[in-house]
Design a protein around this ligand. Structure first.
Ligand code: SAM
Length: 304
């Protein structure tokens, strides 16, 4: 197999038929089955444990070279297909681990920050380097929302600050803040996998445990940070960011800085309004249709 490569059968189907078609493919010798979006429909921020599906799905069965794809195509029950067309494709074998490693390269974000995968030497050893590999939780720096936040942290973090990274994912923003000079950071996420990923990335970056705590949302109050945080950064989505307004504002000291990302440009005005009583937010950056808001807690805004 290593020499000859693989073959793929690609089907258009719908969520109701996926399980039966997947089962049929495995029964007929598929080595792996993957699902792809067939209509460019984003699945935004599934909750922990949720695995929502696209409405139009391309299901891909991977077979060895010995499989008779023509016989398989003829045999697929019609009721399992959303579209009569089934495509077959030859897939040359490659060193997949190498391909992946070649695609994820060191990235410069902001003025001083570099995100470097573990298999690369930092291109600028004197820069602020974060060692991070793609993993289970969101946040490698490749997404525009993370990149926008990293640029803002590079501008705003000052030595000694206390920072909260709400929706920490991989912990990339909290770790960046600490490497940029913050004294202490708290990462918060409602997904237990993010708690694990942040802890692993803390260790990988030699960040001491006393500098970076990480917890689930109900545990935040125990840290006694209400009204004392210098900078809160939250890269989630417009809906949760709006619901979280009282929580995030309560953490900030008067004059403390807030950075929000994960919203689309057209969602900015509503979110600015939602925070307006306590924080004067404005659009501080935009990339690929995503906007970042930044501003400070109004001095007169009373901690809740
Ligand atoms: C887009 S990722 C951001 C990860 C990382 N901070 C970054 O900038 O790349 C959003 C994270 O927020 C978490 N999240 C979503 N809703 C949340 C909520 N209501 N409370 C806490 N975390 C939440 C998700 O589990 C996910 O890890």
């Amino acid at each position: 197999m290593t020499e000859a490569g693989w073959q793929e059968l690609r089907f258009a189907t719908t969520p109701e038929k996926v399980a039966e078609l997947e089962d049929w493919l495995f029964q007929h010798g598929a080595l792996a089955v993957t699902l792809e979006d067939d209509a460019d429909e984003p699945l935004l921020e599934p909750g922990p444990g949720e695995t929502p599906l696209w409405q139009a799905i391309r299901l891909v069965g991977l077979f060895g070279q010995e499989a008779d794809l023509k016989a398989l195509v003829d045999g697929v029950p019609d009721h399992l297909l959303a579209d009569p067309g089934v495509q077959t494709e030859q897939v040359p074998d490659r060193d997949w681990e190498r391909v992946w490693m070649e695609e994820f390269k060191p990235m410069k974000l902001g003025r001083r920050l570099w995100i470097c995968p573990s298999w690369c030497e930092p291109p600028d050893p004197a820069a602020v380097n974060i060692n991070l590999d793609p993993g289970l939780a969101f946040g490698t720096g490749t997404h525009p929302t993370t990149a926008l936040c990293l640029g803002q942290l590079d501008d705003w973090v000052r030595p000694g600050m206390t920072v909260v990274d709400y929706g920490c994912g991989s912990g990339i923003l909290a770790i960046a803040a600490l490497k940029l000079g913050a004294a202490r950071a708290l990462g918060v996420d409602n997904d237990p996998q993010a708690i694990t990923a942040t802890t692993e990335n803390r260790l990988r970056n030699d960040v001491p445990a006393e500098a970076l705590d990480v917890c689930l949302p109900p545990e935040v109050a125990a840290y006694g940070l209400q009204g004392r945080v210098d900078l809160v950064v939250a890269n989630i989505l417009a809906g949760p960011l709006s619901e979280l307004a009282p929580t995030l504002v309560d953490l900030l000291r008067p004059g403390g800085q807030l950075v929000l990302a994960g919203l689309l440009t057209e969602q900015a005005p509503a979110l600015i309004d939602a925070y307006a009583p306590d924080v004067s937010l404005s659009v501080a950056g935009e990339q690929a249709g995503w906007a970042m808001l930044a501003g400070s807690r109004r001095p007169g805004s009373v901690p809740g």
